[in-house]
Every structure is written in structure tokens, then in C-alpha cells.
Design a protein around this ligand. Structure first.
Ligand SMILES: [Zn+2]
Length: 299
């Protein structure tokens, strides 16, 4: 697995060489950036790999130099995790990061009932418990097979048929409530995993944005989790195709449990032409309806 960090900021074109020099001096090789001119500013977005030689501490020092020497303060950051062929092959489970490179994979919640409670007093993260079926305008799903509704996955009738045909197990279905126009409405089902996985390995990498506030003491807000990593023995008795993670995830406001899917599930999705085989979000196969599964790492 490879961790890449993308930086994004705007500079005057004339200071481009100086910026490259600062990166190089910190041991980060930066090629000629792709120049995207907008007015007088040049967009600068180098991507480099983090490893033993270039750690996140190096990057923090780099940002200090960029600020001190060139007055560059607002640096956007984005992490990418890249997996090897071997890691895709060996993974028994996958996390589903997206069901399409398109905002249409998200459907708005139209009034599902939840009970809310404060999980962290410092950052205000809330825990929520679902009290009613999910309420959405199902006509917005159109011909999508799986959409994301405030932390939950909602499947089309067609996808449910395929899951049954493929004998995929480990979930219950809860029909959603349609609210919206009659035209185009359809049956749709929330997929509710019936099992929670054992805890992740403590070796899972945790990153944070050097340019933002330090992570909250609850260990959730401000922390960017690396890929899920499990001990082989912890998964040896696990059966089924859909699971909740033991750890909490959050969307900045609410906690939720991430859903993980089996290798069989991923293969069925590709075999039935629901999605192409996508390897990471920079893969040219990642189109508006393709599913982005990341393999879990095994140790
Ligand atoms: Zn917190």
C-alpha cells in the first residue's frame, strides 16, 4: 500500500522555481507542475509519496518553510491510498468508498427518524440511532443500484435480486419509505449488516491535516484513517458478505459504522456489469456509476 499526498495552492507564476526549490530542499522531488492558469495565479498541485524517507513530519517542516519564505499559507491537502495487485488478490474484505464518481450517488434524507446524543463534548460529534425506515425520494435513484443516504446504503430491487441470486448473506433488508412524486418511484431497500467485525489492527495508520486544527481528543474528528487493517486470525471465522466495522466513522457531524463487503460481493458486482473493476479514485475506470472498493490489509 502506498500513501500519496497531494498539495494544492496558488502561486504567482514567477515564484514557481522558488517553490520547487523549497520542496527539493526538503527531500521531496517535485517535477514540473501541471500549469493551470487562472488570471495571474498558477495552480500548483504536486503529488508525492509518503514513506520512511518522506514522513508527515517532513511535510509539516516543508509547510513551515513555504510560509516563512514565500508567504504561502493555505495549502490544500488530499491523501490517496494505492494498493498493489497482490493486496487486491489477498483481501477477503473491501470497504466501499463510492458507488460512482458523481454527486448522484448521494440521495437526500427526507425525514428518517433518529434519536441523537452527544458523543464528544469537545468537537460536538453526535451519535444517532435509527428509529424508522429511511425516507427518501426513490425516483432520484433512477437506474442506480446503490445510493448513499446519510451514512447508510440503499439498494435497488435489481441489486437485491442479484444479491439473492448470488447467495450473498449477512444482511437484512428494510424497505425505505418513498416521499416524492409518484412518477419514477421505485422499491428500494436499506442494507443492514447483521454482524459487526472484530476490531481493526492497532497498526492502522492515522493521518491528520497539518494545515488544520490538531485532531480532537476523541480520536475521531480531524483524524484521517488509513485503510482498514486486520489480523488474519481475527477474520478466519468470519462468514457472510456484508459487515459493520467495529470502529466508528463520522461525516464531520454524526457517527456511523462503515459497511464492509466480501470479495465475493465485489466480484459479483463486476461480473454483473454493475461496475467496472476500479483500482483507486485516480483509475480511469472510475466513472459516474462505478464502485470504488478498497481492499482491507491483512497482517
Ligand atoms: Zn471529539
Amino acid at each position: 500500500m502506498k500513501v500519496e499526498l497531494e498539495n494544492l495552492f496558488s502561486i504567482d507564476e514567477s515564484s514557481q522555481d522558488q517553490v520547487i526549490n523549497v520542496y527539493n530542499r526538503h527531500g521531496i522531488a517535485v517535477g514540473a507542475p501541471e500549469i493551470k492558469k487562472r488570471n495571474l495565479k498558477t495552480k500548483f498541485n504536486p503529488i508525492f509519496t509518503l514513506n520512511e524517507e518522506i514522513t508527515y513530519e517532513h511535510v509539516t517542516a516543508l509547510y513551515e518553510s513555504l510560509e516563512r519564505e514565500l508567504g504561502i499559507v493555505s495549502i490544500g491537502e488530499r491523501f490517496y491510498f494505492e494498493f498493489s495487485e497482490q493486496e487486491y488478490k489477498q483481501a477477503p474484505l473491501f470497504t466501499l468508498n463510492s458507488t460512482g464518481n458523481s454527486p448522484e450517488m448521494f440521495v437526500e434524507d427526507k425525514g428518517t427518524l433518529f434519536s441523537l446524543s452527544t458523543h464528544c463534548k469537545s468537537c460536538g460529534l453526535m451519535a444517532k440511532e435509527q428509529l424508522s425506515p429511511i425516507v427518501i425520494d426513490t425516483s432520484q435513484m433512477k437506474d442506480r443500484h446503490l445510493v448513499h443516504v446519510s451514512g447508510y446504503w440503499v439498494a435497488s430491487q435489481n441489486l437485491v435480486s442479484i444479491m439473492k441470486q448470488e447467495n450473498l448473506g449477512g444482511y437484512e433488508l428494510l424497505e425505505v419509505i418513498h416521499q416524492g412524486p409518484e412518477e419514477g418511484k421505485q422499491l428500494a431497500y436499506q442494507i443492514i449488516p447483521t454482524q459487526i467485525l472484530p476490531s481493526c489492527s492497532s497498526d492502522r495508520i492515522k493521518l491528520y491535516f497539518a494545515t488544520e486544527q490538531p485532531p480532537c481528543s476523541c480520536g475521531l474528528n480531524g483524524v484521517i484513517n488509513g485503510p482498514d487493517i486486520y489480523h488474519r486470525k481475527d477474520l478466519s471465522n468470519v462468514q457472510g458478505d456484508v459487515f459493520y466495522a467495529a470502529e466508528w466513522s463520522h461525516d464531520g457531524r454524526y457517527l456511523y459504522r462503515k459497511t464492509l463487503f466480501s470479495k465475493r460481493f465485489r466480484e459479483a458486482i463486476i461480473r454483473h456489469n454493475i461496475s467496472r473493476d476500479v483500482r483507486g479514485e485516480k483509475d480511469s475506470n472510475f466513472g459516474p456509476k462505478d464502485w470504488l472498493f478498497d481492499p482491507v490489509l491483512i497482517q
